[in-house]
Write a protein that binds this ligand. Structure first.
Ligand SMILES: Cc1ncc(COP(=O)(O)O)c(C=O)c1O
Length: 435
């Protein structure tokens, strides 16, 4: 099966990428809406997404790789908000999913099953059954036992399941060790030597159709060389497999394309990757898959918070906001660096930590940083929070998760309501023997 054609919007050429969160006068805007107004209407902490930016990022990627006519599977794990997925589905995006939950979300948001790839090292039988029932484009298979399980479930359903074997090309993506996925020591995929045997086994199994190969080396990756190295490593295997297995048609090179989190960081060289990778990939005569998440959603979102207190410790200032590690865990988890901007006018800068109310010393959004000199009541924006932001939020310390708003031009829509105290205890019961 080949993926159905999306609307061809790439002919519009690479979209200009205007700043979705510009400053006009003293005020920060989300497209044409003052962030201050959104905070007043929807409260804080608040995630704000720019629909225009999501589309522009998608179009830039589609245009860069247009000569390959790739399938772009938006990695929904980056931001599963229905309005975000639906926006991208409207552009023709498919979806890379890693759970039955993500599969359901992608389908509900309008992604055709024939443009869905299902990755992940631990797919359960129920998740596999759901994906087979939906007739997704392919499973990205991470191990030999998973091949056997998918074959069993496909046979039980009387259907064929398409499988793309995830190979681990053993290249260093030069990113945080928690987010490197294509080195030999990582749990993902099978090594190149074993891949050939695994595909031979797949060919023997009834119920499986060999769709191709998949890899994803890590995230965020800021250099293009690891991708080129990975493509060069899998190319000989692709050629052999294409000759051996007539249904072998796909090479999915994954996602991970980085974004500049720091103002002085160079953006990911998308044009350079396209220039170098396209001839290599074209020569393979396969349908190419891309799985970007952060590249599309990261810069399209911010987290807005209000300062509650300012406290001067010995040698350090703490700006204490109403957003915390439970709302945006990247700084605590990966020591990730997010730019912090004042929403309104501020005078001067201070050195200190931007922290939340959670009872952990790791609860910071910015650590030992040069920050705007914010006062209690001031609003601030944590930039580049559109990917791996809300999706990783939790209710730790019994904090309801934030609201999410999408803007487009001068319009704003609440795309997910703030959680309530009832949401916090939904589904909980006391044992009937505890009275
Ligand atoms: C298999 C796979 N594809 C794509 C992605 C998306 O990565 P990114 O959001 O950095 O593009 C991930 C992220 O973990 C992944 O595991």
């Amino acid at each position: 099966m080949t993926a159905p054609r999306p609307p061809d919007r790439t002919r519009e050429g690479p979209a200009a990428l205007p700043d979705p969160f510009p400053r006009r006068g003293a005020e920060l805007f989300a497209e044409d809406v003052p962030v201050r107004d959104l905070a007043a209407q929807f409260g804080t902490p608040l995630y704000i997404y720019s629909r225009t930016a999501l589309r522009a990022r998608y179009r830039a990627l589609a245009a860069a790789f247009a000569p390959l006519d790739p399938v772009i599977f938006y990695a929904v794990k980056a931001n599963t908000c229905a309005a975000v997925i639906a926006t991208l589905a409207g552009e023709g995006a498919g979806a890379d999913v890693v759970s039955g939950g993500e599969l359901a979300r992608a389908r509900r948001a309008g992604v055709p099953a024939g443009r869905i790839a299902f990755a992940g090292v631990g797919k359960t039988a129920d998740e596999i059954d759901a994906a087979i029932a939906e007739d997704i484009l392919y499973f990205t298979v991470e191990s030999e036992p998973e091949l056997e399980r998918i074959a069993e479930r496909a046979a039980a359903a009387g259907r064929a399941a398409r499988v793309a074997l995830r190979v681990n090309p053993d290249v260093d993506p030069k990113t945080h060790r928690y987010t490197s996925t294509g080195k030999a020591e990582n749990k993902f995929g099978v090594d190149l030597e074993r891949a050939e045997r695994a595909l031979a086994r797949a060919a023997e199994l009834p119920g499986l159709e060999i769709a191709g190969l998949h890899m994803h080396i890590g995230s965020p990756v800021m250099q293009i060389e690891p991708y080129l190295e990975a493509i060069d490593r899998v190319a000989p295997l692709c050629r052999r497999m294409r000759e051996r297995h007539p249904t072998f048609r796909h090479l999915d090179i994954g996602g991970g394309f980085g974004i500049p989190y720091r103002p002085d960081e160079a953006p990911f060289d998308l044009a350079g990757l396209a220039r170098e990778a396209i001839p290599r990939l074209k020569a393979l005569e396969l349908t190419v898959g891309l799985e970007p998440g952060r590249f599309i959603a990261g810069e399209a979102g911010i987290l807005v918070a209000r300062v509650q207190y300012v406290k001067d410790g010995p040698g350090k200032r703490f700006i204490i906001a109403d957003a915390a590690m439970n709302d945006l865990i990247r700084p605590a988890l990966y020591e990730a660096w997010h730019e912090v901007r004042a929403v309104g006018a501020t005078e001067g800068r201070v050195t200190g930590d931007l922290v939340g109310p959670v009872c952990e010393s790791g609860d910071f959004l910015a650590f030992e940083r040069d920050l705007p000199d914010l006062a209690p009541g001031d609003l601030l924006a944590v930039m580049n929070a559109g990917a791996y932001g809300f999706v990783m939020a939790s209710n730790y310390n019994s904090r309801p998760r934030p609201a999410e708003v999408m803007v487009e031009g001068g319009r704003a829509h609440l795309v997910r309501a703030r959680e309530t105290l009832d949401d916090l205890t939904r589904g909980e019961t006391l044992p009937d023997w505890s009275a």
